[in-house]
Ligand binder design. Structure first.
Ligand code: PMP
Length: 360
């Protein structure tokens, strides 16, 4: 990854001098299974509803800062009140704001790598210390004892469920204990929760755990990564913090209109989610049957796969087959690991055929 120029290193705030501009290593390919997007087309009637909502949206006015119409749709989806929800420009914005509000100098984020790398990045941008409690090297299970022991010193915590990139979900009873042990807010990042088994969400705990924050996004199950829309569900006073520090117009009118139409039509997404779940299991079985690969069970729309020479295999998938997957070999604990998003049956067949050809 590139570094800032020497000139810029001397101009930016000193603590930012070492920062490296984000490089998702994106190359246009025929099949892109690198970013855990939903690669299925939107259901036709949902697309029509979205197009109609966009066409009816005036562009000359500033957006409703709090996205109240969308909040009401989301509140209905989750059986909570509008006051329990804050919408953001993607889950990423809310993650950044979470660190901005509750982290900062002299404070500590409790983090469980390997997990979504943006948490540590946003911690570095907000000068938040990070207390990493690493997952089990083999199974990627959380070290619950170490987390509970570290929690009293943490200013905030993030647990990902299903975890990106390892695919496992967190036990609800553990989150309850963590919320009690941590003096600050505990976020459960449920970006991929729609792909998990029923009952996996920690939302039920919101009533008993006033420091719980649940993060959602429309980027995954709703197939709307391009519109940039995420939201958090939490107690009203926590939501007030998110509302107070947000950039007031960060969620634009088109995103608000499209998201409201999609959430209203949420039932239409169930068949797509079901198909991705069943494709995930098919892929898992096919990959696990190959003795040269290690693959972990996943509750998300992706699989983590370990193989010898993973970086080279990824390059050859890209260059010889025009298939893009994500290389995690550089990440501590994920040596020789690729993360493959579950795509359409045709895309998945191509991945399996290409891997078989490359591994032979
Ligand atoms: N959390 C996790 C675990 C993710 O993997 C992602 C996206 N890759 C996000 C949050 C943020 O998603 P978005 O900004 O697209 O809503």
């Amino acid at each position: 990854m590139a570094e800032l120029s020497a000139r810029m290193r001397s101009m930016v705030q000193p603590y930012l001098a070492g920062i490296e501009p984000y490089d998702p290593n994106f190359t246009p390919t025929r099949i892109n299974l690198s970013a855990n997007e939903n690669t299925y087309p939107l259901p036709a009637d949902v697309r029509e509803a979205v197009d109609a909502a966009l066409a009816a949206t005036p562009l000359n006015r500033y957006p409703d800062p709090m996205s109240n119409e969308l909040r009401d749709e989301l509140a209905a989806r989750h059986g909570v009140a509008r006051e329990n929800i804050c919408v953001g420009n993607g889950g990423d914005e809310l993650l950044f704001n979470f660190l901005l509000a509750f982290g900062g100098e002299g404070r500590q984020l409790l983090n469980c790598p390997p997990c979504f790398s943006e948490y540590e990045f946003f911690a570095s941008l907000t000068r938040t210390g990070v207390r990493n409690v690493r997952r089990d090297r083999k199974t990627f299970a959380l070290d619950e004892r170490a987390l509970l022991a570290a929690a009293p010193q943490a200013s905030l915590a993030i647990i990902t469920s299903p975890n990106n990139p390892t695919g496992d979900i967190v036990e609800r009873s553990f989150i309850e204990r963590l919320c009690h042990a941590c003096p600050g807010p505990v976020m459960v990042d449920e970006a991929y929760i729609e792909f998990a088994d029923a009952g996996a969400s920690t939302e039920e705990l919101l009533e008993d755990c006033p420091n719980l924050v649940v993060l959602h996004t429309l980027s995954k199950a709703f197939g709307a990564a391009g519109i940039r829309c995420g939201y958090v569900i939490a107690a009203p006073d926590v939501i007030e913090v998110f509302a107070a520090i947000r950039q007031i117009y960060s969620v634009n009118v088109l995103t608000q209109a499209a998201a409201a139409a999609m959430v209203r039509a949420r039932d239409a997404f169930s068949p797509v989610v079901e198909q991705i779940r069943s494709e995930r299991e098919r892929m898992y079985r096919a990959l696990a049957a190959d003795g040269r690969l290690t693959v972990w069970p996943s509750q998300g729309n992706f699989l983590l796969v370990r193989m010898e020479g993973a970086s080279r295999i990824r390059e050859r998938l890209r260059d010889e087959f025009s298939i893009l997957v994500r290389d995690f070999s550089y990440a501590p604990g994920l040596d020789d690991c690729l993360r493959i998003t579950v795509g359409t049956p045709e895309e998945n067949d191509e991945v399996l055929a290409a891997l078989a050809a490359l591994l032979d």
